[in-house]
Design a protein around this ligand. Sequence first.
Ligand code: ATP
Length: 372
Amino acid sequence: MVPVSDVALREVSVAFDDVPALEDVSLSIETGEFFTLVGPSGCGKTTTLRTIAGFETPDSGRVEIGGEDVAGVPPENRHVGIVFQNYALFPHMTVRENVAYGLRYRDPPDGKSTGERVTELLELLDMKGMGDREPEELSGGQQQRVALARALAPGPDVLLLDEPLSALDARLRERLRVVIREIQQELDITTIYVTHDQSEALAISDRVAVIADGHLEQVGPPEAIYREPATRFVAEFVGDNNLLDGVVVSTDPPRVSLDPGGGLAEATTTAHGSGTTIPVDGVSDTNREVTLSIRPESLSIVEDGSSRLGGSNGPITLSATVETVEFMGDAYRVHCEWQGRELLVKTDADEPPSGTVTLSFDPESATFLEAP
Ligand code: ATP
């Protein structure tokens, strides 16, 4: 039977010395979900995790695990497994002893003996044959696998991972995050993962919560966070982006000018002949300031006279100058200047572009945000 192990935070606030670390945070994490908290240093990710684990007590609001309010339940009785950034293995215990330590409060699941359970976990984490080593005889990645095995030993309902990969080098981080994701799926265990690395968050999660300054900016599947950022903060924090400030110049039909002076931009739409502004859905006030968020891969460099992008409103074209080109292996990152503003373009062209270029984008690929 799959345990009911959904996790909910209901209007949780936590402060340290009257300084708020979390303000009114509400989250619902489903059973079996891989849920990631991402945000810059100091935004409250670890505090959220420690509050779920029972190491911090909310000043207001409540935490529920499996539908039960866990106020007053000590960490060891919350049936959560925790892995921290710094492994926290006991240096003078062997790998087997370290994993067995995870069973100090609870018996192994399914009537297994401690020895059987430890063997099973070492196999799961590809650490068979290393049981008699001490932590200093292991690489950082292996130590973190032991920490994961220890956290999983009692068969917790919920796994909490606090930046488990941040002490490892980039390549190992990428490998181990796949291992974590595979094990999470194999065990179907509700997992809450903390990272400041937005690309890691997008790569392995079912859903992501972006946190800034103790509050939630956006919660959703990785694709939605990336493609439809809800706030300027999310648009800037997650992935490369171009943010262009503009102003609504007409509402029927709704259009936005990107010209710094608020007048007509040089943008032209081929579908509308001499149209000079960008169509945008759902804007009702003229003169309102908005920010256009457009991903570098949504901008393309077109040859003059070539066919344009599709889209019901026709593509927008901009005449820009190439300033710097970075070769990334699978693409070029092209830094362009358009009307005194930098635009980043990602292109898989065979040759690096140079000089004056025409940039094109489908307005439907852009997101409009409230201006700051
Ligand atoms: P990082 O990525 O740097 O670990 P984080 O997003 O996990 O950051 P938290 O550790 O949750 O952030 O901290 C949130 C805020 O609460 C920060 O301003 C931090 O300084 C403060 N804070 C956290 N723990 C304590 C504590 N025990 N005492 C005082 N302030 C604290």
